[in-house]
Design a protein around this ligand. Structure first.
Ligand SMILES: Nc1nc2c(ncn2[C@@H]2O[C@H](COP(=O)(O)OP(=O)(O)OP(=O)(O)O)[C@@H](O)[C@H]2O)c(=O)[nH]1
Ligand SMILES: [Mg+2]
Length: 304
């Protein structure tokens, strides 16, 4: 007999940086909601996205990739990850399916809540697996150590097995009512979303040394819903970097880089917010902001 009850609850995706946690959330929602880039440590705080069907509502909690923190921002990110794990009904432990068996010992298994919460082991990027022998060997080793309730290999890129993953998540949730209204996709403010969009464009467009030391703060966000005389959204944002050289890279020759960031961000904002956007970007240098917890809070990474 079909499962007639409605299920709802929280599922978090944890794993090392760059394994594709945010990409998986976007693919599960069939909508780009979370920031994704090829740069590790793209996600900085636990972001909630909501997947609702007639049978279940899954609140997906994206977390920063687990790494050894080297500064206060890193510590904040790891706190976000471990707190997310403590509060959920199901943990998806995402690994790179192409990882060799020798890497298993480096996997952050202490983030798995000590077996109190059911874990689904999710090897992602199966589209890239060439060496099936190594894949099965890694999987067996991981299964042995993680003791997951199930294993669902997927590809966020081509969508393979995502339906299986969704039903597996739903099956493990408790019976319950809607947590969010059924049209909510993401539990964040438009301001936060604007900051994430700008940061993602910087990660994607600039040189390797700039991204990690960047924070974005939206200082002004005016939209036509609050100001009916306006026809579009007006945003002023400050991009904070640590060194003058990074400011130079970010601005680019004759402002070419900042223009590219601005136009990519504007295009995505227009699509997401449904209004034309005028976007003002300023770059500020604040030496060592990542080391200081106060500056981190000023940059917007406070507990929501
Ligand atoms: N080939 C392939 N690439 C993928 C897949 N999923 C994600 N990627 C790529 O992997 C990179 C990292 O993706 P993210 O989703 O930002 O990874 P993440 O785990 O959220 O990373 P952090 O936020 O830094 O912890 C991006 O370049 C993605 O395009 C997949 O299924 N197949
Ligand atoms: Mg991410």
């Amino acid at each position: 007999m079909a499962d007639a009850v409605f299920r709802s609850g929280y599922v978090t995706l944890v794993g090392r940086p760059n394994v594709g946690k945010s990409s998986l959330i976007n693919a599960l929602l069939r909508e780009k909601v979370a920031a994704v880039s090829s740069c590790p440590q793209t996600t900085r705080s636990a972001v909630r996205c909501v997947l609702t069907t007639d049978e279940y509502q899954i609140v997906l909690v994206d977390t920063p990739g687990i790494h050894k923190p080297r500064h206060a921002l890193g510590e904040f990110m790891m706190k976000e990850a471990s707190e997310a794990v403590g509060m959920v009904d199901v943990i998806c432990f995402v690994v790179d399916a192409g990882m060799g068996p020798d890497r298993i010992l480096e996997e952050p298994l202490d983030y798995l809540a000590g077996g109190r919460i059911p874990v689904i082991l999710v090897p992602n990027k199966i589209d890239r697996v060439r060496n099936m022998g190594a894949f099965w060997k890694s999987l067996a080793l991981l299964q042995d150590r993680v003791k997951p309730v199930s294993v669902v290999p997927v590809s966020a890129m081509n969508g393979a097995n995502l339906d299986v993953l969704k039903s597996e998540m739903a099956r493990l949730l408790p019976e319950g009512e809607l947590i969010y209204p059924d049209d909510v996709l993401m539990d964040t403010t438009e301001r936060f979303l604007a900051e994430e969009i700008i940061r993602e464009k910087i990660l994607r467009l600039t040189e390797k040394e700039v991204p990690h030391s960047t924070a974005v703060v939206v200082e002004e966000f005016k939209n036509p819903e609050e100001h009916p005389e306006m026809t579009g959204i007006e945003i002023r944002a400050v991009i904070i970097v640590e060194r003058p050289g990074q400011k130079g890279i970010l601005i680019g020759e004759n402002g070419s880089m900042i223009k590219a960031v601005r136009s990519a961000a504007k295009a995505e904002m227009k699509r997401r917010f449904g209004y034309p956007v005028s976007l003002e970007l300023w770059v500020k240098v604040k030496p060592g902001w990542r080391k200081s917890m106060i500056e981190i809070e000023r940059a917007g990474y406070r507990r929501r």
